[in-house]
Ligand binder design. Structure first.
Ligand SMILES: [Zn+2]
Length: 86
């Protein structure tokens, strides 16, 4: 199992649902429950790593994180499996 969600980079340990779900209702080993539900990605409007990074930085800032910290935590998103394959 990956330690980081391969879409948004969130530590899987921090996922309250312990991972997303595949179409057959099994747990996804690669994506968190915020990104992946019932075999599909949750945010179809997000199609590039840059869009995902911008989205995550926005979410982290909403939760009170300073901008530079949010950037640090999300800077590896383009290297994750979902985006690297493109
Ligand atoms: Zn995720």
């Amino acid at each position: 199992m990956n330690t980081l969600c391969q879409s948004c980079g969130m530590p899987m340990k921090k996922d309250p649902l312990n991972g997303g779900t595949n179409a057959d209702a099994s747990k996804s080993a690669e994506y968190c429950s915020y990104c992946f539900q019932d075999g599909a990605f949750c945010s179809p409007e997000i199609t590039t790593a840059q869009e995902m990074q911008t989205f995550c930085i926005g979410k982290l800032k909403e939760h009170g994180m300073p901008g530079f910290m949010a950037w640090l935590l999300t800077r590896n998103i383009p290297k994750l499996k979902r985006w690297a394959a493109k």
